[in-house]
Design a protein around this ligand. Sequence first.
Ligand code: MG
Length: 276
Amino acid sequence: MKITLLIACILAGAVVSAQQSQTSPAQSPPAQPPPAPTGYQDTPMQPNGKWHIHDGMRPQPRVVTPGPLVSLAPPSDAVVLLGSGQDLSRWQMTQGGGQVSWPVASGILSSGNGMIRTTQDDFTNYQLHIEFATPTEVKGNSQGRGNSGVFLNGVFEIQVLDSFENITYPDGQASAMYGQFPPMVNASRKPGEWQSYDIVFTGPRFNGTTLERPAMVTVLHNGVTVHAAQAFLGPTGHKQIGTYAPAHAKGYIGLQDHGNPVRFRNIWLRPLVPAQ
Ligand code: MG
């Protein structure tokens, strides 16, 4: 009888102990925001018939450590969109067209409220150099860490994200053609370090309203080729792929506000004019 009572007391103590260990973590606030989704299976299928848009089961690109940053200075015929000065005269807010409210100092532009775009909106075929840095202090996860984006012709996004040891759906990681093609490899640098995109883009071509040639892009991330003459399936979007329209043949360069602080510098563009 005594032994039975002793076992009962031990078991009761174990239950109380287990309950305490289950409840105690919930009493302290989490150090990080709750995990953001790292993929979806309820989105439309890609035209390849293999993966959903933002499919978390799609293989993660292999990690490649890039060489040291080469901060390419603009060539003499470049349109300097963001130079070493503080002049944002080539930019405007995307909504409303007002003066850019993002803070800029010593040639470094920090993301703020609302998307911004170039004032020029008739870019067609171009080489674009852009440098960015995600925050040194890591906050958030998946799509909630260092998210911004470079919009080509206003509607084709090359994703900006902190993809250093940060799992997300492959078609949404840094340098992805957002929602369409993951980069061939993950050439991301560490949080806080300056990174570069060198982008060669040709806009879509139409015969009347008929698409004759899709938008094509080649992207080097930190000097590493991650897309080679890859065609966009249409305008990029969250959980969707848009439909081509003649208006997409030309457009502006846009930078995304996704609620995460991201810095930019040394942005320049060269229109591509074929030799005669
Ligand atoms: Mg983005």
